[in-house]
Design a protein around this ligand. Structure first.
Ligand code: NDP
Length: 244
C-alpha cells in the first residue's frame, strides 16, 4: 500500500460519484484523512465504509458560498488543517446555444465555476498555512470548445484561467495549483444532459470507445499530489487512447 500521503488532510468536492469518489478512495488508500462533500450524503456514507482510513462526510452544495465555507471549516476543525483541496464538483448540460434553456447555463456557471472559486477562496488561507495543493478538475473542454459544449467549455476555460492566475499568486509561498484535464470518463456526468441529440452523442461515445475510468483520473491526481514539495505538476491532460 502506498502511504505517500500519510496523515495529510484532504477535502474532495463532488465526491458522491465518478471521479470525486474514486479520487477520495485513492487518496485515502495512500494514507490521507479525507473529507468528502456533495449533496447526496447517502452516497458519501458508502465511501466512508469502503475507504482505508478516516473519512468525514459533509453535506455540500457548491452553489451556496456559505456551504463551501462551512465544508472547509468543518474539514479544518476535524483534521486540524487542510493540505489538499480537490475542487471537483461539476455538471455538464450540453446543448446548442440557439434556443438553449438558459437556466441550465446558470446552473453550470454557478456549480462549475463560481462553486469552485468559492471553495478555493475559503481553502486558500489554510493551504497557505500548510504549503498545500489545490487540484482543479477542468477538462479537455477547458482547452478546446466543440459545438454543443459552449457554456460547459466556458466554465472549464474559466477554471483554467482562474487556476493560472492563482498559481502565479501563490507559488512563491509554496502552494501548488494543479489543473486536471480529462477527456471522456465513464461516469454519471452525461446522464444529466437534457438535449436529446447531445445525450445520444455522449451515449454513442460511451459505447464505441474505451473510455477513461474514474480511477484513471484518480491516479493522475494521486501522482500530482504525491510529488516532493519542489515539484509543481501544473497541468495533466489525459484522454482515452481511442478519443480523437
Ligand atoms: P459525476 O456526475 O459522477 O460527478 C459529479 C459530482 O459533482 C457528484 O459527486 C455531484 O454530487 C457533484 N455535484 C454536482 N453539483 C453539485 C453541487 N451543487 N454541490 C456539490 N456537489 C455537486 O461526474 P464526473 O465524476 O464525471 O465529474 C466530476 C468532475 O469531472 C466534473 O467537474 C466534470 O466536469 C469533470 N470532468 C468529467 C469528465 C467526464 O467525461 N466524465 C471529463 C472531464 C472533466 P451531488 O449530485 O451528490 O451533489
Amino acid at each position: 500500500m502506498d502511504h505517500s500521503l500519510e496523515g495529510k488532510a484532504v477535502l474532495v468536492t463532488g465526491a458522491s460519484s465518478g471521479i470525486g469518489e474514486a479520487t477520495a478512495l485513492a487518496l485515502s488508500k495512500a494514507g490521507a484523512r479525507v473529507a468528502v462533500g456533495a449533496r447526496r450524503t447517502e452516497r458519501l456514507a458508502g465511501i466512508a465504509s469502503r475507504a482505508s482510513g478516516e473519512v468525514l462526510t459533509l453535506e455540500l452544495d457548491v452553489t451556496d458560498e456559505q456551504s463551501c465555507r462551512a465544508a472547509v471549516a468543518a474539514t479544518v476543525e476535524r483534521f486540524g488543517g487542510l493540505d489538499v483541496l480537490v475542487n471537483n464538483a461539476g455538471l455538464m448540460l450540453s446543448g446548442p446555444i440557439l434556443g438553449a434553456d438558459t437556466t441550465e447555463w446558470t446552473r453550470m456557471v454557478r456549480t462549475n465555476l463560481l462553486g469552485s472559486m468559492y471553495t478555493a477562496h475559503a481553502a486558500l488561507p489554510h493551504l497557505l498555512e500548510r504549503r498545500g495543493t489545490l487540484v482543479q478538475t477542468s477538462s479537455t473542454s477547458g482547452r478546446t470548445a466543440s459545438a454543443g459544449g459552449g457554456v460547459y467549455s466556458a466554465t472549464k476555460f474559466g477554471i483554467n484561467a482562474f487556476s493560472e492566475a492563482l498559481r502565479k499568486e501563490v507559488t512563491a509561498q509554496g502552494v501548488r495549483v494543479v489543473v486536471i484535464e480529462p477527456g471522456f470518463v465513464a461516469t454519471e456526468l452525461a446522464s444529466h444532459i437534457t438535449d436529446p441529440s447531445m445525450r445520444a452523442v455522449a451515449q454513442d461515445m460511451m459505447s464505441s470507445i474505451r473510455t477513461l475510468e474514474p480511477e484513471d483520473v484518480a491516479n493522475a491526481v494521486l501522482y500530482a499530489v504525491s510529488q516532493p514539495d519542489h515539484v509543481a505538476v501544473n497541468e495533466i491532460l489525459l484522454r482515452p487512447t481511442d478519443q480523437t
